[in-house]
Design a protein around this ligand. Structure first.
Ligand code: ZN
Length: 226
């Protein structure tokens, strides 16, 4: 899971056409609503949580645990609310601007849930893009992160999905998404390495094909922290 940044940023300089970038992009999950009609089945979660409590040797009838299944059910409904929302809608509204320099929003904080352990991972996302006539409201970028993060997933896919959404909806000349997060499945269990940070990046268009453009955005993201 711990991948150094250098490994996730493709370094091929040959493809300067800037057109071939969308072909390898997996589709962003557009499906809103799930098998049960889009509603979280709270009762089902409650029953499952009760089962877990019994399975680990607890007594779900003891006072402190009586409301726990219902509480956990509401918690999961909140943590996974992004499954019933389409992040794309936040990018449907954009401004037509002649601005064609980089736009970067740094340190968009988020909480998400690792799909392998159902444990939280949290951190921040940095989103940069090179507009080509379409500029999104800055808060909309944060909204996209918010919706996408409220799903069970892995950080790599989350990073890729945000980049694909921006590339598709804004038709940007380049998109750069860097996500840094601490995974509690690495800090409180298993290998137990507190302080470890997982960094993933997705580079599209000019940020992928043009080394100096990519250096510029990485400098903007990390510059003063070095
Ligand atoms: Zn995990």
């Amino acid at each position: 899971m711990m991948r150094p940044l250098a490994d996730t940023v493709p370094l091929e300089q040959g493809s300067l056409d800037g057109e071939s970038h969308s072909s390898d992009s997996p589709d962003v999950n557009d499906s809103v609503g799930s098998a049960n009609g889009g509603k979280v089945d709270l009762g089902r979660i409650e029953r499952a949580v009760r089962e877990i409590l019994v399975a680990v040797g607890e007594d779900p009838e003891r006072e402190g645990l009586l409301d726990t299944p219902a509480r956990v059910a509401r918690l999961y409904a909140e943590l996974f609310s992004g499954l019933r929302e389409n992040p794309r809608r936040h990018l449907k509204k954009f401004f037509t601007e002649k601005y064609d320099e980089m736009v970067l929003v740094r340190n968009i904080s988020f909480n998400s849930t690792c799909e392998h352990h159902l444990l939280p991972f949290m951190g921040c996302a940095h989103i940069g893009y090179l507009p080509d006539g379409k500029v999104a409201g800055l808060s909309k970028l944060a909204r996209v992160v918010e919706v996408v993060s409220r799903r069970p997933q892995v950080q790599e896919r989350m990073t890729e999905q945000i980049a694909n959404l921006l590339e598709q909806e804004l038709n940007a000349k380049g998109v750069a998404v860097v996500v840094e997060a601490t995974h509690t499945c690495m800090t409180i269990r298993g290998i137990r390495k507190p302080g470890s940070l997982c960094v993933t990046s997705a580079m599209k268009g000019l940020f992928r094909s043009n080394l100096s453009t990519r250096s510029e955005i990485m400098q903007l993201i990390y510059g003063e922290r070095r």
